[in-house]
Structures are given as structure tokens and as C-alpha cells.
Design a protein. Structure first.
Lengths: 114, 114
């Protein structure tokens, strides 16, 4: 079974530039999560979807961040105008409704904003 | 609100010694606790999970027991190996609402020396 796939693996930007991250969850997983993980810290939830619906985006900085999952499968997280404080690894995870809350993570996209 | 606390940021040990990584949590709902391990530049992977009070759960030589009376889920291993060097995250999911929303602690970096 293929795992959660994310791309790109790395991104380096200047402040003010835009970037998109892409996630392909495990087939059949209805719930998809985006986490932000600053260096040597725990992942912090940004947003999560069940199928195509946003369930919780309360921690997503809505003025610059957006996330979509239009067909309930792949998802894209976009930062419109990056800031140095956005430097972190962005992790995507997915879960099957019958999995007892077990999340499966992708390897992440490591973002550096200069 | 719901939270997870890991008190040690860095634990350095010599190979062959025992280890215990602390995890306490706070929630008013029924808890489901997890330990995830993250090796350098890799995705977090599930190590252990439990929602059963006072029952030891084991995997790959690591073990933990959920104690609801003390709100704890400490991770232990009797003899650490060089390959155990990684980031370890304790995480909490509550079962009565927001099912599947995982709240992470700050993480403990475990460094094993020869």
C-alpha cells in the first residue's frame, strides 16, 4: 500500500513569494490533515478535511494561507505571501474512518523563507 | 483546552541504558494517547497507542501504560540502541468530539551515544 505522498520535498523562497504544497493521501482515507512543524518542535494542526469539507481551519492564518481538497482526494496548501516565520516543515497526514484515530504522515515539505 | 506536555526537550543516553520519556495530558473527554517517532528527515511514524486505562502496550521494545488517574502516558525502553536516536512525540486525540484531531506535545529529542 502506498503511503502519503507530498511534493515538493524542499522549497526556498524570498519573503513575499507564493508557494503551493501538494498532498496525495492513502487511497480510501477520508480525512486529511495539514500540520506545520517548526524545527525541533511538535506538529501544529493548520486545517483538516473530511472528504472535501473543511472540518476545522481555526489555526490557519486565513489572510495568507489557503487549503483545498476539491474531490475529497488530493489536497493543496498554499501560502500567498510567505514570511520568515513560515519557515517550517509542512506535514500532510491522512486517516481512515475505521482506524481508531491513527494518522499516517507524509515525509513533509521543508520550507525556508529567506 | 486539550493539551499535551513533554517535559524533556533533549535526552542524551549511552547505548544499553534504560529510558523513560515523560508525557502528561489534559482533557475533560475520554483520551486516546499516541507516541510517534520521527527520524531525521522522515515522516512521523506511529510507535504506540492506547485508550485503555492501566494496560501496558508494547511495540519494537518500547512500552507505555495509560494512567488516567495521573493523566500520564510515559514511554519506556529497557535498553536503548543507536537507532533509537530520533524525535519522540506524545499526542492526544479525544474521542467525544473532533474525532481524529491529534494534538501533539513539543517533542523530546533522544540522542544515543555509543
Amino acid at each position: 500500500e502506498a503511503g502519503v505522498t507530498q511534493s515538493p520535498r524542499y522549497a526556498v523562497l524570498q519573503e513575499g513569494q507564493a508557494v503551493s504544497f501538494w498532498c496525495d493521501p492513502i487511497s480510501g482515507h477520508d480525512t486529511l490533515y495539514w500540520y506545520q512543524q517548526p524545527r525541533d518542535q511538535g506538529p501544529q494542526l493548520l486545517v483538516y478535511f473530511r472528504d472535501e469539507a473543511v472540518i476545522d481551519n481555526s489555526q490557519l492564518p486565513s489572510d495568507r494561507f489557503s487549503a483545498v481538497r476539491p474531490k475529497g482526494t488530493n489536497s493543496t496548501l498554499k501560502i500567498q505571501s510567505a514570511k520568515q516565520g513560515d519557515t517550517a516543515t509542512y506535514l500532510c497526514a491522512s486517516r481512515h474512518r475505521a482506524s481508531q484515530n491513527t494518522l499516517y504522515f507524509g515525509a513533509g515539505t521543508r520550507l525556508s523563507v529567506l | 483546552g486539550d493539551s499535551v506536555t513533554q517535559t524533556e526537550g533533549l535526552v542524551t543516553l549511552t547505548k544499553g541504558l534504560p529510558v523513560m520519556l515523560n508525557c502528561t495530558y489534559q482533557t475533560t473527554y475520554s483520551p486516546f494517547l499516541f507516541w510517534y517517532v520521527q527520524h531525521l528527515n522522515e515522516a512521523p511514524k506511529l510507535l504506540l497507542k492506547s485508550s485503555t486505562d492501566n494496560k501496558r502496550t508494547e511495540h519494537q521494545g518500547f512500552y507505555a501504560t495509560l494512567h488516567k488517574s495521573s493523566s500520564s502516558f510515559h514511554l519506556q525502553k529497557s535498553s536503548v540502541q543507536l537507532s533509537d536516536s530520533a524525535l519522540y512525540f506524545c499526542a492526544l486525540s479525544v474521542l467525544n468530539y473532533n474525532q481524529g484531531k491529534l494534538i501533539f506535545g513539543q517533542g523530546t529529542k533522544l540522542s544515543i551515544k555509543p
